[in-house]
Design a protein around this ligand. Structure first.
Ligand code: AHR
Length: 667
């Protein structure tokens, strides 16, 4: 470290900037104050290479995240397959649900509409959507239906209806012929509505009947324009996170409330009309938040997940059932697949690898090609089991590991450390994962903000030789404040994540959880992104995740306080440093969770050439309870400015309750 070059840093305010310039006099005064904090960053001492897949997203269909959320389908129960076959529909006149001669064998129900029998009565169906349907005035919506007619052509009228029952769009459709066919048309609503409905009227003058099945309504403007597509705004919010990895499809959903309702990926691929419905495991989980109308259409299935991962630049990380239904809900041996019946589950894993990576000449690879993706998806991670525990998990996982190692030695296998960050289950599982030599171990922690602050050094002492860590589900739960996605929780996560970053050799992947929540249909909070049928807002936690992912760097640097320890809570400061060899920058991250600003002497030792003007992104809030909302989505967002460094040594005034990212361009 070239201490002679030490200079006083000059900080300049640009825009709404969170740091103040310091005079020499101020600095001298502060030096007299013993609470100054020294932080030395050894700029040429790389501690570890950072996994490019670090900081990703975990998607699960909880809180209406898929059906009613990211998956842009607006019709609920579009194939009449819910156990109450007209749930989500209002039927009137002569409507019957039938199954004979159905067009899709795995979704056999359809509705038959007949004349009402009276000139002043109507027959029809009305769908309520997912807590309504979001229509934007002037935008196009694609309606489609599989249908056939009996006794000559039959006329339908397709109507978009507002919450207050006005028609805001209408088109006629003639069903012509006794063979099942797909019909489609587009509608353009005159009014913007967040709780609209879809109405299908059967022309009362006819005799005969019209059979309708797989009734669908999508915005034409989906993410990347895909027809069976995703809500563009929600997918964009994922892309904007710069995620390194996408873990899907759960979570508990992988396990199911019972084995029959576990997520089966093979049911989620192929023609969308023939993907069988599955119960959503989050329908009755919490007595005070019941959602009997929560089902999985699998319209957002494994093909769509892989495609999304590719399109947002994230490595796909599927999770498959290990042959155990949710252990929280089943103590019962019947929820365990007997070991001698596990082979189909193992085969599902092998076939999934073929689906993702296999050539067009393979059974499952050819299905991927048929679905429109000739190139492999380059899947390299596979998790077996979600929050599993006990010997019943280990003995099953062992069978998977043996088969996967034999067939696909390049696949990185993720095992589970159970549902919590410590305790008997955790302590039993970690040595077992070492014994099985899984590549990664998935740790989950939903804990108080203070826990995150106290555990920022969690990984400093972890074994460097065994499996690596995937922090697969974590979030700070501020119980005292309704578990809100407030600034307190986000700042605690930011401070904790300096420890993930610092331990990049051990922690190879990390994903916040859960990801999405519909404001009118959520089961679990906090969540990273909230939405209604038209809008979304990003939480403070989203901004923290984004800052880490966007500025993850390529190499972790050694960095110490005056006690020769990493800054991990000394005087309420948490800090880590990386170099980004691709962008040729040095990146410093500093969390101050104290109520006062903190003066830091930062020494960039070994740094020869750098540009004196750094970029500073500062996220701070005086109010720790501050949140964003649909009506005020940018109530607290990070602010960007510049920071003029006087030399390799400079003073940084870390604002009270703030997370700062300093990006220093290198020559
Ligand atoms: O993220 C919500 C749930 O929390 C996940 O489904 C489960 O793995 C955990 O218990």
């Amino acid at each position: 470290m070239d201490y002679i070059l030490r200079t006083i840093a000059l900080m300049m305010l640009v825009g709404t900037f969170c740091c103040q310039a310091q005079s020499r006099q101020q600095r001298i005064e502060q030096e007299e104050n013993s609470s100054r904090l020294i932080w030395e960053v050894k700029t040429s001492k790389t501690l570890a290479k950072i996994n490019p897949d670090m900081y990703g997203i975990f998607f699960e269909d909880i809180n209406f995240a898929a059906d009613g959320g990211l998956y842009a389908e607006m019709v609920k129960n579009r194939s009449f397959e819910f156990p109450q076959s007209l749930m989500g529909w209002r039927s009137f006149g002569q409507v019957e649900v039938l199954t004979q001669e159905a067009p899709f064998e795995r979704n056999p129900h359809y509705a038959r509409l007949r004349p009402s029998g009276h000139a002043h009565k109507m027959t029809g169906l009305e769908n309520e959507g997912f807590r309504g349907m979001g229509f934007q005035a002037g935008k196009e919506y694609r309606f489609s239906v599989w249908a056939r007619s009996g006794a000559g052509p039959q006329k339908l009228c397709i109507v978009l209806v507002s919450e207050d029952d006005r028609e805001i769009g209408r088109r006629d459709l003639t069903i012509d012929g006794g063979e099942w066919k797909k019909y489609s048309l587009t509608l353009t609503p005159r009014r913007t509505e967040s709780r609209g409905r879809l109405r299908i009227l059967y022309d009362r003058g006819n005799s005969g009947y019209a059979d309708v099945e797989h009734i669908s309504l999508f915005p034409v403007d989906t993410w990347r324009g895909h027809e069976n597509g995703l809500r563009r705004d929600l997918a964009q919010a994922l892309a904007d996170l710069h995620p390194g990895v996408l873990r899907f499809p759960g979570g508990c959903i992988v396990e199911g409330t019972d084995l029959a309702t576990r997520y089966q990926w093979k049911n989620s691929v192929g023609p969308v009309e023939n993907r069988p419905l599955n119960e959503n495991r989050w329908n009755y989980t919490f007595a005070n938040r019941m959602f009997p109308d929560y089902y999985q259409s699998y319209g957002l299935g494994f093909f769509e997940y892989f495609l999304l991962a590719e399109e947002i630049g994230a490595a796909p990380l599927p999770v498959l059932s290990v042959g155990l239904a949710c252990q929280y809900q089943n103590n019962d041996i019947r929820a365990h697949v007997p070991l001698d019946e596990l082979q189909p589950y193992i085969q599902d894993a092998l076939d999934l690898i073929e689906f993702a990576n296999g050539g067009p000449d393979t059974k499952w690879g050819s299905l991927r090609v048929e679905m429109g993706h000739s190139e492999p998806f380059h899947m390299k991670y596979l998790a077996i089991g979600n929050e599993q525990w006990g010997p019943e998990y280990v003995e099953r996982l062992e069978r998977f590991v043996q088969a996967l190692r034999r067939c696909c030695p390049d696949i990185l296998i993720v095992g589970s450390a159970g549902p919590s960050a410590a305790g008997d289950r955790f302590n039993y599982l970690w040595p077992e994962m070492r014994r099985l030599k899984t590549d990664l171990v998935d740790e989950h922690y939903y804990m108080a903000p203070d826990w995150f602050l106290q555990n920022a050094g969690r990984y400093d002492g972890y074994d460097r030789k065994g499996p690596k860590v995937f922090a697969g589900e974590y979030a700070a739960h501020d119980q005292g404040n309704g578990k809100a996605n407030n600034f307190r929780s986000a700042l605690a996560e930011a401070c904790f994540m300096t420890g993930l970053e610092r331990n990049a050799d051990v922690v190879r992947l990390a994903t916040y959880a859960p990801l999405f929540a519909h404001v009118d249909a959520w089961q679990w909070n906090p969540d990273l992104i909230w939405f209604d049928n038209l809008r979304l807002f990003k939480t403070p936690n989203w901004y923290v995740q984004q800052l880490y992912a966007r500025y993850k760097g390529t190499d972790v640097l050694a960095a110490y306080g005056s006690d020769r320890q990493p800054l991990s809570g000394q005087q309420q400061i948490y800090a880590s440093a990386v170099r980004d060899k691709d962008g040729n920058t040095l990146i410093l991250k500093i969390g101050n969770c104290g109520e006062k600003s903190k003066t830091m002497d930062i020494r960039l030792s070994g740094l020869k050439r750098f540009q004196p003007v750094a970029r500073l992104i500062c996220y701070q809030s005086k109010d720790m309870n501050a949140v964003n909302s649909l009506d005020d989505p940018e109530h607290i967002v990070p602010e960007t400015g510049t920071l003029v460094l006087g030399g390799t040594d400079f003073v940084y005034e870390a604002p009270a309750q703030s997370f700062s990212v300093i990006i220093i361009p290198l020559d």
